[in-house]
Design a protein around this ligand. Structure first.
Ligand SMILES: Nc1ncnc2c1ncn2[C@@H]1O[C@H](COP(=O)(O)OP(=O)(O)OP(=O)(O)O)[C@@H](O)[C@H]1O
Ligand SMILES: [Mg+2]
Length: 370
């Protein structure tokens, strides 16, 4: 049985549709991340699941039960927000115990549960302190403890780490991953941070303007983006896009664009002579070409070099088009030096120039991580 099912869910504020005919099933124990640009409807969708907002149309089920008309408190969920307000005058113990006291859980039981949750989250040394006496990351853990103690069927997180500095974010991200490994509670997590999405998610739901663009494992979304939007949104540095014209060439295909002609076997793609397409190549998929490399060359002079430590991002112009390659730092050219890069056909992406849909044929087998 699915833990959560959204069936034809709509949400509008007045005449403005924010979520449109959305269908999604989330399995038990799954960690699903809603990812997408600001304003695409991530928080709204989470709040619809929580019952903090009413849906305009469709149906939401949690644990096999339609919850459209259930209050948030009756849905078996616990939510952690970006702005987790702890009660400043209460101790950490009392903050964590607050929800249980309201449910009139017996005192001895409360002590047992607070202690168990605090142990899991490493909060036991701080139970007597006030929130102001904790670091940001510790406060964040208290907010999670407060949600966990309800032993919910589903955890909902809305950008819980966005107020923390980069180091603490990394640390808390790992803690959340560990927590999910041990508790296995079904989790829906909203973020616009790709790294968080890629590292935490079993599946990513990529949203744009209230519509799902793609659902898949992080590897599927990265390696096999279903359209131009997904390809452009996922991956840092961003994928290079080059408009090309497709032609028949011998037994294979040619792509003409960016001042060059590339030749492909092309059997992995749906292609037709004369088609306009967009070629996508991720910067790390461009490799420094050896002197003997004869085909699939993109070349120009290095206009911009960004040193990243282990590698360097080299931007060059090819036929008036700016292209970036992420190469090992030891292969970094001098500024304005001529550069030549090549690629494996396996690593490229092709999209229909009009619809933006991927031209890749469906694959039946194979791990995308290999
Ligand atoms: N109460 C409201 N009344 C009218 N419009 C709203 C309301 N709440 C949200 N919206 C609109 O709905 C859209 C989706 O908002 P939502 O908060 O879900 O975005 P989000 O994906 O969480 O963005 P962010 O990453 O910035 O948090 C936005 O265009 C927003 O302006
Ligand atoms: Mg939001």
């Amino acid at each position: 049985m699915s833990a959560i099912v959204c069936s034809h869910v709509d949400k509008a504020y007045g005449a403005t549709a924010v979520i449109r005919d959305l269908n999604l099933s989330i399995e038990e124990h799954e960690f699903v991340v809603f990812l997408g640009p600001s304003g695409c409807g991530k928080s709204t969708l989470l709040r619809l699941l929580a019952g903090l907002e009413d849906i305009t149309g469709g149906e939401v089920s949690i644990g096999g039960k339609v919850v459209n008309d259930l209050e948030p408190g009756d849905r078996g969920i616990a939510m952690v927000f970006q702005n987790y307000a702890l009660y400043p005058h209460m101790t950490i113990f009392d903050n964590i115990a607050f929800g249980l006291r309201r449910q009139k859980v017996p005192a001895a039981e409360i002590v047992k549960r607070v202690e168990a949750v605090s142990r899991t989250l490493g909060l036991d040394p701080y139970l007597g302190r006030k929130p102001a006496e904790l670091s940001g990351g510790q406060q964040q853990r208290v907010a999670i403890a407060r949600a966990m103690i309800k032993t919910p069927k589903v955890f909902l997180f809305d950008e819980p780490l966005s107020n923390l500095d980069a180091k603490l974010r990394n640390h808390m991200r790992i803690e959340i991953a560990r927590l999910h490994q041990s508790l296995k509670t079904t989790t829906v997590y909203v973020t616009h941070d790709q790294l968080e999405a890629m590292t935490l998610a079993d599946r990513i739901v990529l949203l744009r303007d209230g519509v799902i663009e793609q659902v898949g494992s992080p590897a599927e979304i990265y390696r096999r983006p279903g359209n131009l939007f997904v390809a452009g949104f996922i991956g840092t540095p961003n994928m290079n896009f080059v408009e090309v014209t497709v032609g028949r060439a011998g037994g294979g295909w040619s792509l003409t664009g960016a001042g060059t002609v590339l030749s492909l076997d092309g059997s992995a793609f749906h292609l037709q002579h004369g088609d306009r397409a967009v070629l996508g190549i991720r910067p790390p998929d461009l490799k420094t070409a050896g002197a003997d490399a004869g085909r699939n060359l993109l070349q120009g002079s290095a206009d911009l070099i960004e040193f990243h430590g282990n590698d360097a991002l080299v931007t060059f112009g090819s036929g008036g088009k700016e292209i970036s390659a992420l190469v090992p730092a030891r292969e970094c050219p001098a500024l304005r030096a001529p550069v030549r890069y090549t690629f494996d056909e396996e690593s490229i992406h092709l999209f229909d120039a009009t619809s933006g849909a991927s031209l890749r044929k469906p694959e039946r087998n194979g791990s995308l991580l290999s």
